[in-house]
Design a protein around this ligand. Structure first.
Ligand code: 13P
Length: 280
């Protein structure tokens, strides 16, 4: 199955496909095992920043290897802003491209998104566009960096009609990362209004630190892809630190990673269940 078919399949199912950002192969493998266990799918995502560490060729190799082993995973470029990086990702075999032109004036965002759609469609690559700004970054902090600007319904409708994107990322109350004492409350009315005029599956960015009921409300309103990063990072780094504290003499990476991945697995399993509507 191609990623573009995923959205058709899950569009009216009240289920969503999780997207997990990863830097190291062990996290990608952990996510792949969990989604396979639940007979579900996930996107394995790399932002431009994560790619600086890994290189695109290495990331493509990791996901290709997982696919060859029968894992139901797809490779996604998260918040691609540079057209050269997008072209390279499309050429190397990424399944999904998120072009983030949200900080551009609407006309410019539409123009470049259309270019990305033109580039990707012949290869069957799914394109996600973004209207409105989703602030923050995937860390835990005292305050959100970069304010969000909620998606304007009319702009979103025009954007979808003119670009023909497969998915639309909307800013409707979430932000990237987790902020002490700040809860994420979602304004799903924005999605309901857009849906009255155009058919497009939605993406929820900033999936970390959102209550399960809020996530379910988003899925009920038409979200089919949910991005998770910060909670995975938290779990992984807590696992590494804990292991190093408990066994400072052990220098074997596989032991440290196995400990970290147990914690990551718990988070991923909880996210897969909420996406599927299990036990909620
Ligand atoms: P969180 O870091 O809040 O999970 O958001 C991740 C994300 O939206 C990546 O695009």
């Amino acid at each position: 199955m191609k990623a573009v078919d995923l959205w058709q399949r899950f569009k009216d199912s009240k289920k969503a496909v999780p997207s997990f950002n990863f830097t190291t192969a062990d996290v990608a493998l952990t996510a792949a095992k969990v989604v396979k266990k639940y007979s579900h799918y996930c996107l394995l995502s790399t932002s431009e920043r994560e790619l600086k560490f890994n290189t695109m060729e290495v990331v493509v190799g990791i996901v290709k290897g997982l696919k060859e082993q029968g894992f139901p995973v797809f490779l996604n470029l998260d918040h691609g802003r540079d057209l050269e990086i997008i072209k390279k990702a499309a050429g190397l075999g990424y399944d999904c491209i998120h072009f983030d032109g949200s900080t551009l004036p609407l006309g410019e965002n539409i123009r470049i998104t259309k270019e990305v759609v033109g580039l990707c469609r012949p290869h069957g690559i799914s394109v996600e566009g973004e209207v409105g700004q989703i602030g923050g970054s995937s860390t835990v902090s005292d305050e959100t960096t970069g304010a969000s600007i909620l998606t304007n319904v009319d702009e979103a409708i025009r954007f979808v009609k003119e670009t023909g994107v497969n998915l639309l990322a909307c800013s409707f109350g979430s932000f990237h990362g987790m902020v002490e004492g700040k809860t994420k409350v979602l304004d799903t009315a924005i999605l309901e209004e857009i849906k009255k005029q155009v058919v497009v599956p939605f993406v929820l960015h900033g999936g970390s630190g959102i209550d399960n009921n809020e996530i379910r409300r988003a899925v009920d309103a038409g979200v089919v892809k949910i991005n998770f990063n910060t909670e995975l990072r938290l779990a992984w780094s807590a696992g590494i630190k804990e292991y190093q504290k408990e066994k400072p003499e052990d220098i074997i990476p596989a032991n440290e990673l196995a400990h970290a991945d147990q914690k990551v697995e718990e988070v991923i399993e909880a996210k897969v269940k909420i996406c599927l509507g299990i036990n909620v």
